[in-house]
Ligand binder design. Structure first.
Ligand code: ZN
Ligand code: ZN
Length: 355
């Protein structure tokens, strides 16, 4: 019977638990998809996990040795849960705790900004004031006046402490930031007067950024490194949530723009040129002769910018039928009333009247 799981971890079939654990640790580190290394390989990583899940559990391992994969599949019981918490321990050893990477920089900052439809069309540079944490210069982030610190006794200067947590899955070892020294491993002998020992200060900061053309309402921009700074001067990111204001006459759907325009009966019949409000300013649009009430004209490429070109502009044409008419207009409309018997077309009749 093929002993695939042993091969995946690169251990012999009589390997001890210690050897299996060591081998797994090495392989997991090599193929972990978040490891940023060239060998990162999610598929391989999953297989290795599966192999370790089975071989690290003596019960499952015995079944696997006797029956192969079939012997260990479809039994999601306590053993699997135990293995899951084994993974957790090992990961914390390898990667130093679940969120260490996040903790090694400051917190993310979130702000909102509002742009007009015109600004969303062309793109715009915005400058906003934010209050963000920055490393205290007076103490270089140590929080200590004159820079004198002593080693934290709670964590022995490690900045992290290990505790055992009990959960429904059993006991689990977790690594946490030391609360005594906030993860620095050092305690100030005297608190810095500038920051009261925090090592960080809050500052008003002006931040400029580009809102790209075509931005959608509710879209989020990420400004790398513009968030809060931590004591080491490393910054989180700044997230800008953009609201696009509604326009008085243009409605946006995706990258298309919609508007409505009222024209006279004669203009609808004969065709005309209309002016339409647009983010570029007023634009002129040709209305062809014979345009019907409620007809929608499409102006290609005059919508909002998107990845490839622009969307379209749609204009719904309303025809204004006069409620009160002059004597002269009455004559024309009377003439049009006889249209069915007339050999002239509707448009010709209107043209006759205009000329
Ligand atoms: Zn300070
Ligand atoms: Zn400590």
């Amino acid at each position: 019977m093929a002993k695939e799981y042993y091969e995946l971890l690169g251990v012999s079939e009589d390997a001890s638990q210690d050897e299996i654990k060591k081998a797994y640790r090495k392989k997991a580190k090599k193929y972990h998809p978040d490891s940023n290394s060239e060998t990162a390989d999610e598929e391989k990583f999953k297989k290795i996990n599966k192999a370790y899940d089975v071989l690290s559990d003596e019960d499952k391992r015995k079944k696997y040795d006797r029956f192969g994969k079939e012997g260990v599949e479809g039994h999601a019981g306590r053993g699997q849960r135990r293995a899951a918490s084994n993974f957790q321990d090992i990961f914390e050893e390898i990667f130093g705790g679940g969120s260490r990477r996040r903790k090694s920089r400051g917190k993310d900052l979130k702000i909102t900004t509002t742009v007009s439809l015109e600004e969303a069309y062309k793109g715009v540079e915005k400058t906003v004031k934010v209050s963000r944490n920055t490393k205290c210069d007076a103490c270089s982030g140590s929080g200590a006046e004159n820079g004198n610190t002593t080693t934290c006794s709670k964590c022995n200067g490690q900045g992290r402490i290990r505790t055992i947590e009990r959960s429904v899955f059993g006991r689990k070892q977790v690594v946490k930031e030391c609360p005594e020294c906030n993860g620095t491993g050092q305690i100030p002998e005297e608190a810095c007067k500038e920051c009261s020992g925090d090592g960080i200060k809050e500052e008003e900061d002006k931040i400029s950024f580009e809102v790209p053309a075509g931005i959608q309402d509710g879209q989020r921009l990420r400004l790398e490194g513009k968030g809060h700074e931590n004591r080491k001067g490393r910054s989180g990111d700044l997230y800008v949530f953009v609201t696009v204001e509604e326009h008085e006459s243009l409605e946006r759907r995706g990258s298309d723009l919609y508007t409505a325009k009222k024209i006279g009966v004669g203009d609808a019949a004969l065709g005309c040129e209309i002016k339409v409000q647009h983010p570029e300013g007023e634009i002129e649009v040709d209305v062809p002769s014979g345009t019907q009430p409620g007809q929608v004209l499409r102006v290609s490429g005059k919508g909002m910018p998107e990845r490839f070109g622009n969307g379209d502009l749609y204009i719904k044409v309303d025809v204004d039928i006069p409620e009160e008419i002059s004597e002269k207009e009455r004559e024309v409309f009377e003439g049009l009333r006889r249209k069915p018997e007339s050999s002239k077309s509707f448009f010709e009749s209107v043209k006759d009247f205009i000329n």
